[in-house]
Design a protein around this ligand. Structure first.
Ligand code: AMP
Length: 389
């Protein structure tokens, strides 16, 4: 390979796609530099009155918008397309180049992720028809394929679990992996030597315990409903709640699913799911907002404590995603009263506004508390580029 080739390879972008049932998020990113050439969102796909009939039309709409932004996809020498796929089930523990078999499998895994995988499969099909470059699937579950059996196994009958692939899979893996590596970079310490608890707090929320760069526990399970309190999801409830709601409230299975996924969490407790709005209501003295905040913080402390025990102590506690990166009050509340465990934040450092990865604990603290921005698109672009060479 000539130097020219190397230089060219290092500047050609990867198109990162995240297809939802009615939306298509896209980003054109150069994996080596992290430069974002363009990004956007096509919405209302297939909805009544929308001019975007299906995902194939969404690819066209995306290409049109990119052209308006000065990027012609036919000229840009795309290296590959990286697809975010929520559920890799028991099959996929790493990114894969997509062929017909992989696509069929992503579709077949829809039973495990009915809200996500069908859309990803349709998005992949449309993108393969439009872009004649390698396509790679990057799975949200892959980073957690390493969970020890004791952490990934539910105590339900084994034959039933085997037959239906029931286990804890975990989600947001691309983010947890990216952030745990970035934290090692920030601290200037080898990843292999660090025990970390990573809190990904956005609309969806999850915690992970990472030892030496390998995930050993996580709060999301068979589905992204388990664990922390989220914008609209309940997180942990007594599993007996389902039967109780069916018997006492007369709810169907689908209705229970909807209540716990779409009408619970911060929304169910306070009437708002957006954290900024929640903070505004808190400031105005809203007692429902206060309870929602307190329940979310209580649950977070549960998981921090649990993972401290799982890891036998930690070196770093890391906050990431929309809420984790931005909410000074949440970070203060989660870490409050944990001094005995070596966890404390410096008030001024926590309150300082920044978009960079940063340490917010005092110098010399036993546990480093850090804020590390996540970048799932860049992580997907890098994994895609690595795979296609
Ligand atoms: P994500 O899913 O990572 O995009 O995160 C979305 C969540 O982050 C929403 O609940 C937002 O309200 C919250 N968020 C974004 N910016 C801020 C901010 N400056 N302060 C508090 N929460 C924020």
């Amino acid at each position: 390979m000539t130097d020219d080739h190397v230089a060219e390879g290092a500047t050609t972008p990867v198109l990162v796609l995240n297809a939802g049932s009615s939306s298509l998020k896209y980003q054109l990113v150069v994996p080596e530099s992290g430069a974002v050439l363009a990004k956007g969102l096509v919405e209302r796909i297939g909805e009544a009155g929308s001019d975007v009939a299906d995902h194939a039309a969404a690819m066209q709409a995306m290409a049109g918008r990119l052209r308006t932004d000065g990027v012609d996809l036919d000229d840009v020498r795309l290296r590959a397309v990286g697809h975010r796929v929520v559920h890799g089930g028991p099959d996929f523990s790493a990114p894969v180049v997509i062929d017909d078999g992989v696509l069929a499998r992503v579709h077949e895994l829809s039973g495990l992720a009915p809200l996500h995988n069908p859309a990803a499969a349709v998005g992949i099909e449309a993108a393969r028809a439009r872009f004649g470059v390698p396509h790679v699937a990057v799975f949200d579950t892959a980073f957690f394929a390493s969970l020890p059996e004791a952490a990934s196994t539910y105590a339900v009958p084994r034959d039933l679990a085997r037959r239906h692939a029931i286990r804890r899979y975990g989600f947001h893996g691309t983010s947890h992996e990216f952030v745990s590596r970035a934290t090692a970079d920030l601290l200037g310490r080898p990843l292999e030597q660090l025990r970390q608890v990573v809190l990904h707090l956005g609309n969806g929320c999850s915690a992970s315990a990472v030892r030496g760069g390998v995930a050993v526990d996580t709060s999301m399970g068979l589905t992204p409903l388990e664990g922390l309190v989220m914008g609209t999801r309940s997180g942990d409830v007594d599993p007996g709640l389902h039967a109780y709601l069916a018997r006492e409230a007369g709810l169907s299975l689908d209705e229970i699913d909807t209540v716990l996924n779409k009408r619970s969490g911060l929304l169910g407790l306070s009437g708002v799911n957006d954290f900024r709005e929640l903070e505004q209501r808190l400031a105005a003295g809203d007692t429902d907002a206060r309870l929602a905040f307190d329940v979310a913080v209580h649950r977070l402390k549960h998981y921090v404590g649990a993972y401290l025990a799982v890891l036998g102590g930690i070196d770093a506690l890391v906050f990431t995603a929309g809420v984790g990166e931005n909410s000074v009050s949440l970070r203060a509340a989660v870490t409050e009263g944990l001094e005995e465990l070596g966890i404390t934040v410096d008030r001024a450092r926590n309150a300082a506004r920044s978009t960079a990865a940063r340490v917010i604990s005092p110098d010399g603290a036993r546990v480093v508390v850090a804020v590390v921005p996540t970048n799932e698109e860049l992580a997907i672009a890098r994994q895609t580029a690595q795979l296609v060479g």
